[in-house]
Ligand binder design. Structure first.
Ligand code: ADP
Ligand code: GLC
Length: 500
């Protein structure tokens, strides 16, 4: 099977969050499973200097953006079996400091930049020695692709078009742009309707993906259900409801080649569930390096996160003001919203001996915090999947989570069976619930045998990408095999003809 993936982020080349980890692992493990995979992504600043295996191919893709033509030179590297990453070079669009913006402001030309990427995704197959059976697009930056393909199909350039899957990693980011930018899409007005690209008079890229892709998916089964409600649907619950029969949730996996405790360049001490002393050494090393008192008997809590409303940082700060009156330590690594930064720094100011806040982006420190902590806090209001709780489980760090989305699906609470419990889940999204969960953690910490039982069960859980890639392959086969997708496509196609 041939699969072409489109994404604005791919780890290790570009990353602002879990999207990058997910797309990189999806491509890698689909390739290992024997599929032929290409990932199309921008050539951002600094990549050619950092990765000498990225080479120019000589292929140049020409796209029409409104009235202009823009060219993207294609660079390529093959990091693992059957996987090619196609980097699109466009100096003006992509050689910038940020991916989506700088200094907390989005770039003003994001519609143009990511339409360009989506159009390269559309035209690239003509330059490749293989044809995709499936084009799998991720999140708003490339979600308009299914609409572009459908229109192109109408022009006869695609005798047998590939099937499309649009994966929603976070419904809170939709790619909403003024209707005045519609001409850049070169789509006829038929697409700018309430059942298509239009959203309250604006252009909504993610909505286009939901409306026009053959299938839509999210990154956990629970989130796939939650987004059908007004509470979590971010205004798109209506159109998602219409696509309910083509909506699936597949939980992300973990690339254990990277996220593990036995062969990890960021850790000095290797450890396993049966030889856990290395974890204590990592804890003491982190305490020492951060200037906290070095003591294995003080419970250490951590979080590594984008500082945004979604992640429940405000509730956490409130709960910590109470819980830090007890002996415990807390470490945060994150960057983002200045108000949330101030809020968490205020906690550090009040409890200088117990709290360390590191503002910035530091993948090595992220591994070390995962390894060193006893508990990992993830009080997200909503969480499409969440990766850090999965990493925590493998690192023997007990996740303390709000029961939402992927957190609900991947962490088992004592209330679901004492012999199965791997973490602590709370259901109310309040600071009192966060506080109570922290107190539960503190009481588990007081019982070393119980603590170790949680660690052992968590470390034994298998969220490997081999399994997730198989789930995607099955899903692609279903999409290709008919399963209603045909009728949807031709139904839409029929309407399109009638509409014209
Ligand atoms: P989201 O994609 O919503 O931010 P996820 O849990 O899916 O949440 O993924 C977050 C990813 O980004 C994880 O790999 C996490 O370790 C990483 N990450 C987030 N903030 C930082 C940071 N400040 N430094 C290093 N890694 C970070
Ligand atoms: C998004 C979500 C996160 C998910 C990640 C990867 O950033 O916020 O929950 O884990 O995408 O799918």
């Amino acid at each position: 099977m041939n699969i072409l993936i489109g994404s604005s982020e791919v780890q290790p080349y570009s990353k602002t969050g879990g999207l990058a980890d997910m797309v990189a692992a999806l491509g890698k493990y689909l390739g290992i499973a024997g599929a032929r995979v290409g990932v199309v992504t921008p050539l951002y600043r600094g990549l050619l200097e950092e990765y000498d295996d990225i080479r120019r191919t000589g292929r140049v893709v020409d796209v029409v953006l409104g009235e202009r033509h823009e060219k993207g030179a294609i660079y390529e590297c093959e990091p693992s079996a059957n996987l090619a990453i196609y980097f699109v070079e466009h100096v003006h669009f992509f050689q910038r400091r940020g991916i989506y913006g700088e200094h907390s402001a989005d770039y003003a030309d994001n519609a143009e930049r990511f339409l360009f990427l989506s159009k390269v995704l559309l035209n690239l197959p003509q330059h490749l020695p293989w044809r995709p059976d499936i084009v799998h697009v991720h999140d708003w930056p490339v979600a308009i692709f299914p609409a572009l393909l459908r229109h192109e199909f109408g022009k006869g350039t695609y005798p047998s078009p590939p099937r499309t899957l649009c994966t929603i990693h976070n419904l809170a980011y939709q790619g909403l742009f003024p209707a005045t930018q519609l001409p850049l899409t070169n789509l006829p007005l038929d697409y700018f309707t309430p059942t298509g690209l239009e959203y309250y008079g604006k252009m909504n890229f993610l909505k286009a993906g939901i409306a026009y892709a053959d299938h839509v998916s999210t990154v956990s089964p629970s989130y796939a259900e939650e987004i059908l409600t007004a509470e979590f649907g971010c205004g798109l619950e209506g159109i998602l409801g219409e696509r309910r029969d083509q909506l699936t949730g597949i939980l992300n996996g973990v690339d254990y080649a990277e996220w593990n405790t036995t062969d990890n360049p960021h850790l000095e001490s290797a450890y396993t569930a049966d030889r856990i002393s290395g974890k204590t050494r990592e804890k003491k090393r982190l305490q020492r390096d951060l200037g906290l008192s070095v003591d294995a008997k003080t419970p250490l809590f951590g979080i590594i996160s984008r500082l945004v409303e979604q992640k429940g940082i405000a509730l956490l700060a409130e709960a910590l003001q109470q819980s830090l009156r007890h002996p415990m330590q807390f470490v945060l690594l994150g960057s983002g919203n200045p108000d949330l930064k101030v809020m968490i720094q205020e906690v550090a100011r009040r409890f200088p001996d117990q709290v360390r806040v590191k503002i910035g982006y530091d993948p090595g420190l992220a591994h070390r915090i995962e390894a060193a902590c006893d508990f990992y806090l993830m009080p997200s209001r909503f969480e499409p999947c969440g990766l850090n709780q999965l990493y925590s489980l493998r690192y023997g760090t007990i996740p303390v989570v709000h029961a939402a989305g992927g957190l609900r699906d991947s962490v088992a609470d004592e209330s679901e069976g004492a012999d199965e419990a791997t973490g602590i889940k709370f259901t109310e999204f309040t600071s009192a619930a966060v506080l109570e969960a922290i107190y539960r953690a503190l009481s588990i910490f007081k019982k070393p045998e119980l603590l170790h039982a949680y660690q052992k069960r968590g470390m034994a859980r298998d969220f490997s990408w081999e399994r997730t890639a198989e789930a995607y392959l099955d899903f692609y086969r279903r999409i290709l095999g008919g399963d209603g997708a045909d009728s949807v496509w031709y139904f839409r196609w029929g309407l399109f003809l009638v509409g014209n």
